[in-house]
Each structure stands twice: as structure tokens, then as C-alpha cells.
Write a protein that binds this ligand. Sequence first.
Ligand code: OFO
Length: 169
Amino acid sequence: MISEKMEQAFNEQINAEFYSEYLYLSMQSYFESLNLKGFVNWMTVQVQEEHAHAMGMFNYVHERGGKVELQAIDKPETKWNSPLEVFEHVLRHEELVTSKINALMDVAEEQKDRAALSFLDWYLKEQVEEEASVGGVLATLKLIGDDKKALLMLDKDLAARTFVAPVIG
Ligand code: OFO
């Protein structure tokens, strides 16, 4: 059984993961409007990953005898001025999520919930990977600048990303 405080903290993080899914879906729509299908694909995979992150916690709370109460998901941004601006936003967002996972681990530590700590370890490692992969695309976009040909080459690269259902926990 998890404590009420731990359950509440997980519920908040589940909402944050669903918000991430929503935000990336909004970014996917932006790339659809630019007809950059590789970027669309990258965002499609990101959306699926965020859904898996949310569901991993959703299932975990139930496994521990807790209850999930879904909250309203905030409206995500819908407008960006360039792919570069989108990926700056993604990196900022992932850094925020990393801080939220750290805060969740702080609650687990304070509650002496070692099982939750060990479960959350996967999320912490995932955040390191997320920030690195987003940082890589962002660095390439900075190099590309206004070069349309180079942007289309990156778009082709991003089309290769595939979703692999994660084994969480
Ligand atoms: Fe769930 O990792 Fe991104 O937000």
C-alpha cells in the first residue's frame, strides 16, 4: 500500500505525463502544417512514449493498492515560429519533467517508500536519455540555421525513429 502523500504525488505526475503527451501532439500538428513528415514522425513516437510513461505510473499506483484520480489536462501551446523554437521548447519541457521526477523521488524518500524509489529509477534514467536525444536534434537545428536543404535532410533522419514499447520499472 502506498501512503496518501505518495499517491497524491503520483497522481500529479500522471497528469504531467499526459500533459507532455498533449503538448507533443500539439507540436506534431504544427509539423503537419509545415509538411515536415520526419518531424511529424519524431513527435508521433514522443507522444506514444509519454502515453507509456503515464500508463506505467497509472498501473503502478493500482498495483500498490492506490487510486488514480485523473485531473484536467491544461491546454498546450499551439504556435511556434520555427522547428528550432519547437525543440527549444521541448528541451525546456523535458528539463522541467526531470525536476518533477526528482521531486517525486524526494517524496518517496521522505515517505521511506523504497519500492517507489526503485520504480522511479527507470524514469530518472529515461529523463537522461530524453534530454540527450532532444539536445542532439536541437544542436543540429542550430547548425542548420536557414539552410532549407539541410532541414529536409534532418527531416529524413527523423523519419527513421520508431516506437519501442518500454519495459517500465
Ligand atoms: Fe515523460 O518524459 Fe518526456 O515529458
